[in-house]
Design a protein around this ligand. Structure first.
Ligand code: ES4
Ligand code: ZN
Length: 325
């Protein structure tokens, strides 16, 4: 089998996907019309033209505007179902899906509406061969108090999500800001992850590990600047959920050929490939694999390694992991 076919055909887990980032412009317009929401863009093409980002913040501004069309349980279902069908078609057999409840509750949408819509899609995904779980993310540009309130609103739906994460604007919002709320989540038996080292320094990765006690680092590509951190990540097999096309589109690396995925793998880290916000960054899982392999010259051995890492790094239970690996 040639390399592109292997990359597309191999069963894999996606560990870093923001469900609001899977909202395609066509669905944004469809939902805007269905819900009577006005958009500051004249057409699908006009919206797509705005997808030219210079850094994380320039993307987040448009991403939060896109999410404003989501009002009803069925909207959240439709968004997640569209993603899960793509995942199934790309041989993603497990997906651990981030959602940003504060983006919705701040607009008056109930937590229950968000979680019930997403959770129903995840349950239905079993029928198309995808095991899907939810991870609730706190927005780090908001206060820890706001995160506590969000956790309080979500705990009645505790059985619908497996963990919590930390996302949004990284610089100026270090992990320490959320130490207490993560400690409470840990007591609840939730899995813990955090975005760190996307644009932020290695110190944020250290703090995510040692202050928040996360089990995985989302992105983490800036870790390569700190040899002691690389050693720690390799020794403890801390998974990094790397998102190559996201890093390219947000100018974290100037070209895909300059991406450091190979360096992370060669240093013995449990790096994985993921899509992050596929509707905004120009590709789902297989596009991330295909374009990164083409640009950096990774080979079939790397492909197997990345597929294995995706299951090793997942929160699937031991028997499920064994089956996949
Ligand atoms: C995100 Cl690429 C990225 N980084 C941080 N937070 C996010 N939320 C959605 N996409
Ligand atoms: Zn992300």
């Amino acid at each position: 089998m040639n390399l592109p076919s292997l990359l597309a055909a191999m069963p894999k887990a996606e560990l870093h996907i923001h469900i609001e980032g899977s909202l395609e412009p066509e669905l944004i317009f469809q939902l805007a019309q269905r819900n009577g929401v006005a958009l500051p863009y004249a057409s699908v093409e006009d919206l797509r033209r705005a997808y030219a980002f210079s850094n994380l913040q320039s993307f987040l501004d448009i991403y939060y505007a896109g999410a404003s069309v989501l009002l009803h349980e069925q909207d959240f279902y439709d968004m997640a179902w569209a993603y899960l069908q793509k995942a199934a078609a790309e041989n993603v057999i497990r997906a651990e899906i981030f959602f940003d409840p504060q983006t919705h509750t701040a607009r008056g949408v109930a937590m229950e509406t968000v979680i019930r819509g997403l959770s129903r899609a995840c349950r239905d995904a079993q029928k198309i061969g995808v095991e899907a779980e939810l991870i609730l993310c706190f927005l780090r540009h908001l206060s820890e108090e706001d995160a506590f309130e969000t956790l309080e609103q979500a705990l009645p739906f505790r059985e619908h999500f497996i963990g919590v994460g930390l996302d949004s604007s990284e610089l100026g919002h270090p992990p320490e800001k959320f130490a207490r709320v993560f400690a409470k989540c840990r007591q609840q038996g939730l899995h813990l992850v955090a975005h760190a080292g996307e644009e932020g320094p290695p110190a944020y990765v250290w703090a995510a590990l040692d202050v928040l006690h996360v089990e995985r680092i989302d992105h983490g590509v800036q870790s390569a600047k700190d040899p002691a951190l690389m050693k720690r990540l390799a020794q403890d097999r801390i998974p990094l959920t790397v998102c190559p096309l996201s890093n390219l589109k947000l100018c974290v690396f100037p070209t895909l050929a300059q991406h450091n995925l190979r360096e992370l793998l060669d240093a013995g880290l449990c790096a994985t490939v993921n899509s992050d916000d596929p509707a905004y960054f120009g590709g789902y899982m297989n596009a991330n694999f295909l374009q990164t392999f083409a640009a950096t010259g990774l080979d079939a051995q790397h492909a197997y390694r990345l597929a294995r890492n995706s299951f090793e790094g997942s929160f699937a239970d031991a028997s499920q992991k064994q089956r996949a690996i």
